[in-house]
Design a protein around this ligand. Sequence first.
Ligand SMILES: [Cu+2]
Length: 64
Amino acid sequence: MITTIKIKGMSCQHCVGSTKKALEAIPGISNVQINLEKGEATFDGKVDSQTVNEAITKIGFEVI
Ligand SMILES: [Cu+2]
């Protein structure tokens, strides 16, 4: 299953790297791709949204 989420707060490639790393650290998620222009992250895997939200909040961004 492919999931796309919207993330608020990413502004450069450094942010993209942090987001990618944070999502990849979640068990069950793979193939993380970030689109900086759209502020979107796409990944494979089934994982509850609260886990994703917490991982993103922890690095200073927000899932919208
Ligand atoms: Cu940045």
